[in-house]
Design a protein around this ligand. Sequence first.
Ligand SMILES: *[C@@H]1O[C@H](CO)[C@@H](O)[C@H](O)[C@H]1NC(C)=O
Ligand SMILES: *[C@@H]1O[C@H](CO)[C@@H](O)[C@H](O)[C@H]1NC(C)=O
Ligand SMILES: *[C@@H]1O[C@H](CO)[C@@H](O)[C@H](O)[C@H]1NC(C)=O
Length: 427
Amino acid sequence: MKAFGILGFFWLVSVGWVCSLDKGYAAPSDSPLIVDLTLVKSAGSEGALCLDGSLPGYHLDLGYGSGANNWVVHLEGGAWCNDTKTCVARKKTALGSSKYMKPIPFVGIMSNRPEENPDFYNWNRVYVRYCDGASFSGEGFHFSPFEVLYFRGERIWYATMGDLMSKGMKDATQALLSGCSAGGLASILHCDRFRALFPASTKVKCFADAGFFLDVADIAGHRYLREIYNGVVDLQGLQKTLPLECLYRMDATSCFFPQNLVANVETPLFILNAAYDDWQIPESLVNPQADPNGLWMGCILDYKTCSSAQIEVFQDFRLQMLAHLKEFSKSHKNGLFINSCFIHCQSEFNNTWFGPDSPSIGNKSIAESVGDWYFDRAVVQKIDCPYPCDNTCVNHIFKKLSWASSLLKLSGGDDFQQYVRVKEGEI
Ligand SMILES: *[C@@H]1O[C@H](CO)[C@@H](O)[C@H](O)[C@H]1NC(C)=O
Ligand SMILES: *[C@@H]1O[C@H](CO)[C@@H](O)[C@H](O)[C@H]1NC(C)=O
Ligand SMILES: *[C@@H]1O[C@H](CO)[C@@H](O)[C@H](O)[C@H]1NC(C)=O
């Protein structure tokens, strides 16, 4: 299946390169809770379908005790598809079809254990699968004599929320919309719509992990991610669904970039992002087109081998990220955790979300910081000192890197061992 080889564009929720962590963690006592897939049965009549026309789905573990009326809804990520070729490729995977979705382990913010997930473990916890290729925001279709593609992310969003409301979410007293990567972007895009599902008496907030994708010039001076977003927006009809207050001000592609959205989200929002997000660095800032001779390869594989000039480029990326968060952070209702680490998606793994060795700023882990903000225990706006001062990071180091490869997340995941790299032509 050649289509998978589109310059490593077919990325996953989290970094899927064969990689290791430069810090170990304690052996687990036992294995995590595995949660089955629930299909959204009503979605068919609403035309809310995955790319291949199958029903969308989610995984739900019901809350209990003090969490019985609280809901955390987490949106899965997995990059985007920007043309028919990359979208067609997804139809044979769980990122485009529920036929391939399997039960998944609940870890990190989804965990049912207080020792792993202190504030949300007994809430109703929902992991919504991503099968539309446009951050739950497409509206349209592509019919040709050869292929049919459904671009129905926006309908999947509404059908799934409707289904969850009927399963008890309508009675929620507290709710949190979260998401990672393309799902983190989706949680920003849908934040105020999520709020609008509930009465004013419900406490509602949103949390975007690794979804702060920057509109930056790459090392060759091109806005590479913007080119990809142009394709996603045009192909999937996002002009119809992106936040109107932004569309009044800017072109549609700009309105798919969080930097142009977050200051105008009315609902309290928490942005968690690594300053050296290791999806954005190799896929946007130092993408393969910008580095045809592979001069950055060693540095991308292992940040410890970067030259000081290369580190400067990362520092500049960090400063751009911080600049785009300035307006957003003027409001104390918003939360911030920008740690100076080389990683992507920290809420979905048990060693980055919470624990004695998990990443922290000022002695507080990510889980504690998000909890402090959600429950108004404190104003949480944490910005780490620049690399290399943080010794709590769980940084990724890659053993191997091939841009002309695709990465498939096989069973959903609690760790990189579960991510398998599939070379072009192998599937
Ligand atoms: C924490 O993560 C490790 C590594 O993925 C995993 O083996 C372990 O089962 C997890 N712990 C629990 C209790 O879920
Ligand atoms: C989609 O993205 C790839 C890069 O991953 C690019 O080469 C291609 O031209 C894009 N297609 C469109 C229609 O924008
Ligand atoms: C962090 O926590 C440890 C152990 O609780 C404590 O000894 C230390 O003083 C704390 N450091 C800061 C900066 O708060």
